[in-house]
Design a protein around this ligand. Structure first.
Ligand SMILES: [Zn+2]
Ligand SMILES: [Zn+2]
Length: 246
């Protein structure tokens, strides 16, 4: 059971990043360090992950209970541009810590269990004929990528691409400028904030899955999906690891 993610000590980092952790079966658990983990997570810690059980059927916004209509208020008012959104976890403990360790400290071991499970979930939920032609990661501005050293969305998309055998295009849509954080802004300001931020280049395939690590307000994902649809895509799905509760 997950009691708390261990502090980032040198010893813990060594254990988590040891070669034993790279085994798909039998290595250590990244959350509690016990052995017999599968893809880096033991069965007890896996059972503790905050599954996004009740969610909006259109945008995967976490809901406190199942709604009869199945849609959140925002999607009832304005249907989102995605045909489906697959976001299996809620961005809360310990998922937030696992993604944070990966994103801000470059410790990929922490999202390895999530990626393995996400790939299996998509295989189960989406029949091969309904899968997209291409995966497109949410773009990161070059300056942030330079600071961080990698774009986590591209990294996740790359992993799913090899798991599902779907090609990946990291350059189809790019970010021209940085914007202020979207959280806390109202809908109109969020959308105005994102005007002129993205550009599509090249030929757009018919069916795309937009891939990201965490979806917060959903405004960025919606703007990206609209750009891809305007540029000729017929269908855009949204795939992300986690979504913040509304
Ligand atoms: Zn564990
Ligand atoms: Zn919704």
């Amino acid at each position: 059971m997950i009691k708390g993610l261990h502090p980032l000590s040198t010893l813990f980092s060594l254990k988590v990043n040891s070669r034993k952790m790279n085994n798909s079966d039998g290595g250590r658990c990244v959350a509690c360090l016990t052995s017999h983990a599968r893809h880096g997570l033991c069965p007890a810690c896996r059972a503790d992950l905050p599954v996004n059980r009740w969610h909006c059927h259109a945008c995967a916004l976490p809901l406190p209970f199942a709604l009869p209509a199945g849609l959140c208020g925002e999607c009832q008012a304005t249907p989102p541009p995605f045909s489906r959104a697959i976001i299996p976890w809620r961005y809360q403990f310990p998922i937030d810590g696992m993604i944070g360790r990966y994103k801000y400290h470059g410790q990929r071991q922490f999202i390895r269990p999530l990626l393995a499970e996400f790939g299996e979930l998509i295989e189960q939920q989406i029949p091969a004929e309904d899968r997209p032609d291409w995966l497109v990661p949410a773009p990161m501005h070059w300056s942030r990528r330079w600071q961080r050293g990698f774009n986590q969305a591209a990294d996740i998309a790359e992993c799913l691409s090899s798991h599902l055998d779907i090609p990946l295009d990291s350059g189809l849509i790019y970010r021209c400028r940085q914007v202020q954080a979207q959280r806390g802004l109202n809908r109109a300001t969020r959308l105005a904030n994102l005007q002129g931020v993205f550009r599509v280049r090249g030929t757009v395939p018919e069916r795309i899955a937009l891939v990201d690590d965490v979806v917060t307000t959903g405004a960025t994902a919606k703007t990206l999906a609209r750009h891809l649809l305007d540029a000729g895509a017929r269908e855009v799905q949204l795939w992300a690891l986690a979504r913040t509760p509304g």
